[in-house]
Design a protein around this ligand. Structure first.
Ligand SMILES: [Zn+2]
Length: 94
C-alpha cells in the first residue's frame, strides 16, 4: 500500500487501497488522505446525517456533505453547517 502525505493529519501514512469515489474528488482523496482520516470522516459523516436528518439521495444534502468533507479532509472552504436548513432535523423517518 502506498504511503502518502496526508493533507488531513499532516503525517506520512498508508493511503487507502482504492479511491472512495470514481470521480476527480475520489482520486484527490485517494492521493492525499490516509485511511485513518477517511475512517474518521465516515464517522463524522454519519453524525451529520443523523444530526441533520440528511438523505444521501437528496442533491442539496449531498452538496452539504461534500462541502463538509472538503473542509474536514482538506481544510478547504467554510463549514456550511450554519447555513443548512435545520428544519429537516428529526423529520426523516428511518
Ligand atoms: Zn491522515
Amino acid at each position: 500500500m502506498a504511503t502518502i502525505n496526508c493533507t488531513c493529519c499532516g503525517n506520512k501514512m498508508p493511503g487507502m487501497a482504492s479511491a472512495p469515489f470514481s470521480n476527480a474528488l475520489g482520486k484527490r482523496i485517494h492521493e492525499n488522505v490516509c485511511q485513518g482520516c477517511w475512517s474518521q470522516w465516515l464517522m463524522k459523516q454519519n453524525q451529520l446525517i443523523n444530526h441533520f436528518g440528511l438523505s444521501t439521495i437528496n442533491p442539496e444534502h449531498q452538496q452539504f456533505l461534500i462541502q463538509n468533507m472538503k473542509a474536514f479532509l482538506f481544510n478547504e472552504g467554510q463549514l456550511p453547517q450554519a447555513e443548512i436548513d435545520t428544519s429537516l432535523e428529526g423529520t426523516i423517518k428511518h
